[in-house]
Design a binder for this molecule. Structure first.
Ligand SMILES: *Cc1c(COP(=O)(O)O)cnc(C)c1O
Length: 391
């Protein structure tokens, strides 16, 4: 059997055993509907509210400010559309960045077709949003700034505190997609002046299809789903109890072990970066050198197609990504890599390797060994590389 090395933890993570163990009783004996008044129902109601408290504590929010959703995309959609439609008497202008997740970008594009105006801020070569441009873009019509905490492709972490301050000084709501940051960074929504924050369980060793939106008390926002009175009348539908329970355990574990997680992954990440740079020529590290998620590595390999690289690595049991999971399958290079200024042909040759809690130093060695072989073989077939060699 060939070895399997999973290096796509930014796409999703495996569910941890402790997380699954907490979830299982809620598929079996604890099946009550939380809206029912008998004890079987109240038992699940209480279990959900315990998770609400746990999630709130992690980001220094109040439990009543946490709303469970079906994941990060839903939280992004709700935050942006909910604010837009509830505040359109005040203004129709939204500010975001060019490197957001499609959950944010495509929602903004939808709003543009419905009477809203959107400014997409540039980023520098490391993927940091331009603060001057942000300040200059704010008008008396601006109702929302939505800028991600950390990028899923290149791992760059934004100056969130600065953005929060700019938003507050201008009395504009601030939403941040923190799906990649949660479980990697200590987040205090009060200190950072965040009004809305998106989370997802499956990026931090919890189940897929569940997440949450933090909505600061007093923020004017429309409900997301109409129907029953769940989630304080703002997100109808019988709760995904096992999912919410799993999310709670996953986020608890993540913050109990945050320091050792970060230390271990940063060490593995830096080893992977160093070994690739030392052993393979014509490579470029994408993303910020140190304001970067602990598990994120993103390289461009010149003279190579990212897709061929992925397929060759897959033959060796290595799971990686050539951009974000959403962009693979399309031929356009990633919007994030283009936004940091990479020419199309370089962007096409990029590879994202994202480390997680289950990876080891042996995994890193195996990947580097495999990359050296695969990159060499693919370059032998490249006429462009032949020309460079001749010179
Ligand atoms: C994965 C991801 C999402 C989407 O979350 P889902 O739970 O898969 O819907 C949104 N934003 C970022 C930055 C992500 O990495």
């Amino acid at each position: 059997m060939i070895r399997q090395v999973y290096l796509d933890n930014a796409a999703t993570t495996p569910v941890k055993k402790q997380v699954l163990d907490e979830m299982l009783p809620f598929f079996k004996e604890k099946y009550g509907n939380p809206s029912s008044i008998y004890r079987l129902g109240q038992e699940t109601r209480n279990a959900i509210d315990e998770v609400r408290e746990k999630v709130a504590n992690v980001i220094n929010a109040k439990p009543r400010e946490i709303y469970f959703t079906a994941g990060g995309s839903e939280a992004d959609n709700w935050a942006i559309k909910g604010i837009a439609f509830a505040n359109k008497d005040k203004g129709n202008h939204i500010i975001t960045s060019k490197i957001e997740h499609h959950g944010v970008l495509h929602t903004c594009e939808y709003l543009e077709k419905n009477g809203f105006e959107v400014t997409y801020l540039d980023v520098d070569e490391n993927g940091i949003v331009n603060m001057e441009q942000l300040k200059d873009s704010i008008t008396d019509k601006t109702i929302l700034i939505s800028i991600m905490f950390a990028n899923n492709e290149i791992g760059t972490i934004q100056p969130i505190e600065e953005i929060g301050k700019i938003a507050r000084d201008n009395k504009v709501y601030f939403h941040t997609d923190a799906v990649q940051a949660i479980g990697n960074i200590n987040i205090d929504v009060e200190k950072l002046n965040i009004d809305l924050l998106s989370m997802s369980a499956h990026k931090l060793y919890g189940p897929k299809g569940v997440g949450a939106l933090y909505i600061k008390q007093g923020v004017k926002i429309h409900p997301y789903m109409h129907g029953g009175a769940q989630e304080r009348n703002r997100r109808a539908g019988t709760e995904n109890i096992p999912g919410i329970i799993g999310f709670g355990k996953a986020i608890e574990l993540a913050y109990e072990t945050l320091d050792e997680h970060n230390e271990r992954l940063t060490k593995l990440r830096d080893k992977l970066i160093r070994d690739i740079k030392e052993n393979i020529e014509y490579v470029r590290l994408n993303g910020h050198p140190d304001k970067r998620l602990p598990g994120n590595v993103n390289f461009s390999f010149e003279f190579i197609e990212g897709e061929s690289l992925l397929l060759s690595l897959d033959m060796l049991g290595i799971c990686a990504s050539s951009g974000s999971a959403c962009t693979s399958g399309s031929l356009d290079p990633s919007h994030v890599l283009l936004a940091i200024g990479l020419p199309h042909e370089i962007a096409h040759g990029s590879l994202r390797l994202t480390l997680g809690d289950f990876n080891t130093e042996e995994d890193v060695d195996y990947v580097v060994e495999s990359l050296i072989k695969v990159v060499d073989r693919l370059r032998q077939m490249s006429p462009l590389y032949e020309n460079v060699k001749k010179k």
